[in-house]
Write a new protein. Structure first.
Length: 344
């Protein structure tokens, strides 16, 4: 065996999925087409009881590629899938993958080399959103997720120019020892489990590194209805986890909630006092102008006139969906705390 291959660490890739028949084929192909030797890796696919063709596609691949190991996840949630994979992983390094993503051939090798070079506990890269359909609205949704107005200061979405230590990354390449040190993912969390885990990692003295030239491609929802629902659920699970664990999040996670509360407060007060109604209208006008400015800017750059309207619409769906979800999560959390206080 080549000495260079012999010295490479064994890698476990954990791929969580459920009802991903549209994406799982391309995702698996990209992970199997890595320039990292297959003799030094395993691919653990954890399916959350899919009721479409996902399992059939996975099992067909497993027949051809012995490195694929299939597991069923009766809990159906991502945190449980990751934990099941981690408990069965043999690798020195563990890479968490998403079934809505595609990974370039050098993805795994770059993660491994960076993990070794920088001695980071978690290494990740940039995620670039690509349209999930050949429509202008799908393009606008993808652009909104990579734009500062849509993504805030989430470095893993914005392609920073240099390597930097961060609070969280998309997916990630972890040293297996970190799970023995701080535990597994919190299975009380349907979403935001990565944020909570990386917080524990940093509190334990761990380091998380973002490498800009490690790139993966993500395919978001391709219509505004599904995009709204996705962001609403994300918003819920940014706030609702406080029911189980206290997570001091980045300010960007709270901005959509503040945005919604601002609109609601001025709108309600505006029913009784004209000055608040004028403030309400001013806030709407200011928000629309910002969205239209970025829409026009992108339309001129991409030479797509439709972005003038559709990009501001995608921004609004993201912000309002996330903010309303956060408000819903906050109400549920406060209701839970109130009931807990009464019981005590």
């Amino acid at each position: 065996m080549n000495q260079k291959i012999y010295n490479l660490p064994f890698i476990s890739i954990i791929l969580a999925c459920r009802n991903e028949e549209k994406h799982i084929d391309h995702c698996l192909k990209s992970l199997l087409n890595q320039n990292y030797p297959q003799s030094k890796m395993e691919l653990l696919v954890i399916d959350g009881l899919s009721d479409d063709q996902t399992v059939k596609i996975i099992k067909n691949y497993a027949k051809q590629y012995p490195i694929i190991k299939f597991f069923s996840n009766p809990q159906k949630i991502t945190s449980a899938a990751f934990n099941l994979g981690i408990q069965n992983a043999q690798g020195e390094l563990i890479i968490l993958a998403g079934s809505h993503s595609i990974y370039p051939p050098n993805y795994i090798k770059k993660c491994v080399m960076a993990s070794i070079k920088y001695r980071a506990d978690n290494v990740g890269g940039i995620i670039q959103a690509r349209p999930s359909a050949n429509t202008i609205i799908a393009e606008a949704i993808a652009i909104s997720l990579a734009h500062p107005f849509g993504a805030g200061n989430a470095y893993f979405r914005l392609s920073p120019p240099k390597i930097r230590w961060v609070d969280t990354v998309f997916g990630g390449c972890y040293h297996c020892s970190i799970f023995k040190k701080i535990g597994l993912f919190n299975e009380n969390l349907v979403r935001s489990q990565d944020i909570e885990f990386n917080l524990r990692l940093k509190r334990a003295g761990g380091k998380i590194l973002l490498i800009p030239d490690i790139i993966s491609y993500y395919y978001p929802k391709d219509n505004l209805k599904d995009f709204f629902i996705h962001n609403f659920r994300d918003g819920i699970w940014i706030i609702y986890p406080f029911k189980f664990v206290k997570i001091p999040l980045s300010p960007r996670h709270y901005l959509p909630l503040c945005f919604i509360l601002g609109f609601l407060t001025t709108g309600i007060l505006g029913i009784f006092w004209p000055i608040y109604f004028r403030l309400f209208l001013l806030m709407i006008a200011f928000y629309c102008l910002i969205g239209l400015f970025f829409g026009l800017q992108t339309a001129l750059k991409q030479k797509r006139a439709g972005y003038i309207v559709l990009l501001p619409l995608a921004f609004a769906v993201r912000h309002f969906g996330y903010g309303l979800g956060s408000l819903y999560g906050l109400i549920n959390f406060l209701n839970y705390e109130n009931k807990k206080t009464k019981r005590n």
